[in-house]
Write a protein that binds this ligand. Structure first.
Ligand code: ATP
Ligand code: MG
Length: 399
């Protein structure tokens, strides 16, 4: 593709925080931006040059978006594939409708991972597809206890139920109205990690070193990104697997793949195994540290990949810890709303606050994140502990 140069307008489907950070990165390079979202006050829409207030499946809104944009990406993985196809009829769209639709459906996603396992060497968790009562009856006891996950529309642990036995499984599936689901075996996780890659229209691919993630109640709480946060061999395997997963579907754009680490029976960390969990066809919460710790962020790469610009190999210049800021921090122990003590947080060395401009705080709602950088891992960890105490943030104590 001929590069789309700064001065042109780049569009994004979705007005959430990921769209906002894409818009900021695009604007820094001199692009104009357009955001399509149904909400007139979306985090990305409020900072974009053009804002199209329309639902994702509004044909008229999509026509308007295509009319102002030279190319379009997405920040929300559940954008209907049909909408991306409509846009792609007249404009470059990355990632494509076909690749986004794989990530939208856990059944297709797992088939893709299984197909890649030969090249990637990394399997997914043992699972069964539940679409009919016969599928339910055929579930192997091997998969229990397990996690029942809806095939579509799950995020931040929503649409997931932990089940111990066949009776709980049947009841949980019925509670989910028997929509298509996968049942995954509950695995004893030693750790979780993710890898972010960017792939261009010409197949060029670059990636960030894997980062270690800590989830609390199914939501990402902390990302550790520094030398030694993961064994080198494990990181290399995860990185190679992610590149294979992206290349095999001809992916264009930024892709994040999440993995589980399982402890080896021998107790030797070098023999720990990897299991691929899921992928997100966009920049990811676990890659937010790249905004302050790397010379090129995941959002910069999203802009470059979409516009057909060269993809610089990102270089991390500081160790980093990212702490997610959920709406819970906006309430005190009595449940009264308050403003977190930003002045105290920002007085600490190497703290970089990113707030998404959401006016309404709710428990569990992603309001922002805090990147902590420093000259050494020890310095970053010490500051992270201070921040966690100030804001009562969970997840730092767990390895
Ligand atoms: P995301 O916000 O990443 O999109 P999600 O709702 O799509 O989350 P998953 O990534 O599938 O959900 O699961 C959320 C978390 O639940 C995982 O990060 C992990 O901590 C835990 N989990 C999921 N599947 C398993 C499993 N098979 N065994 C053990 N823990 C699991
Ligand atoms: Mg996940």
């Amino acid at each position: 593709m001929k590069p789309i140069l700064p001065g042109a307008t780049l569009g994004v489907m979705g007005g959430g925080q990921l769209g906002r950070m894409f818009v900021h990165a695009a604007q820094r390079l001199g692009y104009f931006t357009a955001v399509l979202d149904a909400d007139a006050n979306s985090p990305a829409g409020r900072v974009s040059h053009h804002q199209i207030q329309a639902a994702y499946d509004d044909t008229e809104g999509l026509t308007q978006l295509a009319a102002v944009c030279a190319a379009i990406t997405t920040e929300f993985e559940n954008v209907p594939a049909a909408a991306l196809r409509q846009l792609a009829a007249t404009r470059p769209v990355a990632p494509s409708a076909d690749t986004v639709s794989i990530a939208q459906n856990r059944i297709d996603e797992k088939s893709h991972f299984s197909a890649c396992a030969a090249a990637s060497g990394v399997p997914c968790a043992p699972y069964a597809v539940l679409e009919t009562q016969a599928d339910l009856a055929a579930v192997s006891a091997e998969l229990l206890p397990g996690i029942l996950k809806t095939a579509r529309m799950g995020y931040d642990g929503k649409g997931q139920v932990r089940v111990k036995n066949a009776a709980e499984l049947a009841a949980a599936w019925s509670d989910l109205n028997n929509v298509p689901c996968v049942l995954e075996k509950l695995l004893p996780l030693k750790a979780e990690l993710s890898v972010i890659v960017a792939r261009g229209w010409n197949g060029e691919i670059v990636s960030f070193a894997p980062q270690r993630n800590v989830h609390v109640d199914g939501i990402l709480a902390v990302t550790h990104a520094y030398e030694g946060c993961l064994p080198a061999d494990l990181s290399a395997r995860a990185r190679a697997a992610t590149e294979a997963i992206a290349a095999q579907i001809g992916y264009v754009g930024v892709l994040c793949v999440e993995f589980f680490v399982l402890a080896s029976a021998s107790g030797n960390a070098a023999e720990d195994t990897l299991v691929v969990n899921e992928m997100a066809p966009r920049p990811h919460n676990s890659g937010h540290y790249t905004m302050n710790a790397c010379d090129t962020s995941q959002f910069d790469l999203q802009v470059h990949a979409l516009a057909g610009l060269p993809l610089p190999t990102p270089r991390q210049h500081s160790p980093a810890i990212m702490l997610n800021l959920l709406g819970d921090s906006w309430f005190d122990a009595q449940g009264l709303e308050r403003t977190p003590d930003w002045v105290a947080v920002l007085a600490l060395p190497g703290t970089h606050l990113h707030l998404y401009g959401k006016t309404q705080a709710r428990p569990g709602r992603k309001m922002g994140h805090l990147n902590i950088t420093g000259a050494s891992v020890a310095a970053v960890q010490a500051t992270a502990r201070e921040v966690a105490t100030l804001l009562s943030l969970p997840g730092l104590e767990s390895r």
